[in-house]
Write a protein that binds this ligand. Structure first.
Ligand SMILES: [Mn+2]
Length: 199
């Protein structure tokens, strides 16, 4: 008898906000289904304004159709796509809700947190994607319905957010807006995404 899936759905919430006084954000969020997987990318194009937003668009173009690629493969492709740019800090999470598994990695000034009974962070690598970053450290781990995954750029005061205990444990609907409004830096682009398996 086939085993029942752990979950068949993923709940997702995200928001970006440009630096005060700028129309365009260099921070970008992608959240896309790819067959049975849900792929999330939160990236921070180096700098602010037009140049940074062009980097952000390249990130979007490179990951918006994941086409079965692994986290490592997506980072390899981003390294190539961003080579002619100032580069970006990038975090990628791929959720397989049916098997309750997550693959994740980040390079540069980004954060990936798992918030359940305790909050833990994914091991990241320093560097800038597109500027000869070393390949990321890829983490594979289990996830259950009680855990929320948070991805954020350095425009979010993540340590204050952790201390506040305001990373949601239940519903994440509307949580990204609240995090940006309360913990977002005015003088930086801000980007964050939250996800959990199940409804
Ligand atoms: Mn930033």
């Amino acid at each position: 008898m086939p085993e029942l899936p752990i979950a068949t759905s993923v709940t997702f919430d995200c928001m970006t906000r440009p630096k005060l006084g700028f129309a365009e954000s260099g921070d970008v969020v992608v959240g896309e289904w790819d067959e049975d997987r849900f792929v999330i990318c939160v990236a921070d194009g180096t700098g602010h304004g037009r140049l940074a937003s062009e980097v952000a668009l390249r990130v979007r173009d490179a990951v918006v159709e994941p086409a079965g690629r692994s986290v490592g493969h997506l980072f390899d492709d981003l390294e190539t796509s961003l080579r002619a740019t100032l580069g970006a800090a990038v975090s990628i999470v791929i959720i397989d809700p049916r098997n309750g598994l997550v693959e994740c990695a980040g390079v540069g000034n980004v954060q990936i947190l798992f918030s359940g009974m305790e909050t833990s962070s994914c091991l990241l690598r320093p560097g800038i994607v597109g500027r000869r970053a070393r390949p990321p450290h890829i983490t594979t781990r289990a996830i259950d319905r009680s855990e929320v995954i948070l991805l954020a750029t350095d425009g979010v005061r993540v340590s204050s957010l952790r201390r506040s205990g305001e990373i949601p444990r239940g519903s994440i609907t509307g949580a990204a807006r609240r995090i940006v409004e309360v913990f977002g830096k005015k003088h930086d682009d801000v980007g964050c995404a939250l996800a959990k398996i199940g409804g």
